[in-house]
Write a protein that binds this ligand. Structure first.
Ligand code: PGA
Length: 263
């Protein structure tokens, strides 16, 4: 972590907790992270629970904010089954996860589509969490840096329009939901490379953009990852469905935050 960037811990609930169970989870998260004032905390429920979760967080007077998990790049129109950025905002989301590897792999999202969505999110004032990451085959072929650089370059000009407003999540595909986690050093190397690409655009963009690590982050491995210079937070899948475990990850970020404040 670095003193300039406030840590951000985001829970990606994926296709879970989309009804009453989402309200109960949001309530438990709000209670478990209420003392973590040095950390930005985000939860990402399915579309169906966005408004209800917003209501629960409101009732708790919680600072936890909400991300949607996807959106369409167009503002409105004949796109059956899709959701636009303004609809997400109206439902209570202030963030949106874009280009998650499950969207890329299972739903055919390309770099170009992700860039269009990042652009549309920014245009409507929704903060993108743009995801990148290599597959196991790509890692084995030593193509990690090349693949991740290509994915970042696809949307970097969009993020440069509002330095610090958007976030990048580096999530090696082989580490998602597998229990395999990148070593802090391996993750740091990729994060540093990403920050270098941001720096080609401007120093401000490089310094202000938070880069999260994602992929089997849990209470017991979070601190080592978050202690790295270019890891500014975490995008947490499975472990975010348990409020106590998620709270421990937020606590780890909170423990490191004061140290970073001292520079
Ligand atoms: P995981 O998922 O923490 O369950 O590995 C992370 C993600 O997909 O964002």
């Amino acid at each position: 972590m670095n003193p300039i960037r406030r840590p951000l811990i985001a829970g990606n609930w994926k296709m879970n907790a989309g009804g009453q169970d989402g309200c109960a989870l949001a309530d438990a998260v709000a209670k478990s992270v209420k003392d973590s004032d040095q950390v930005d905390v985000v939860v990402s429920p399915p579309f169906t629970a966005l408004a209800a979760v917003a209501h629960v967080l409101d009732e708790n007077k919680s600072k936890v904010t909400i991300a949607a998990q996807n959106m369409h790049a167009e503002p409105s129109g004949a796109f059956t089954g899709e959701i636009s950025s303004s609809m997400l905002k109206e439902s209570g989301a202030s963030w949106v996860i874009l280009g998650h590897s499950e969207r890329r792999q299972l739903f055919g999202e390309t770099d170009e589509m992700v860039a269009r969505k990042v652009s549309a999110a920014l245009a409507s004032g929704l903060r993108p969490i743009a995801c990148v990451g290599e597959t196991l085959d790509q890692r084995d072929a030593e193509a990690t840096l090349e693949v991740v650089a290509r994915q970042v370059r696809a949307f970097v000009d969009e993020l440069a329009k509002q330095p610090g407003f958007g976030v990048i999540a580096y999530e090696p595909v082989w580490a998602i939901g597998t229990g395999l986690v990148a070593t802090p050093e391996d993750a740091q190397a990729v994060h540093a490379m990403i920050r270098g690409i941001l720096g080609e655009s401007s120093d401000e963009l490089a310094q202000q953009t938070r880069i999260l690590y994602g992929g089997s982050v849990k209470a017991d491995n979070a601190e080592g990852l978050l202690d790295q210079a270019d890891i500014d937070g975490a995008l947490v899948g499975g472990a975010s469905l348990d409020a106590a475990g998620f709270g421990k990850i937020v606590e780890a970020a909170q423990r490191l935050a004061p140290r970073t404040d001292q520079g």
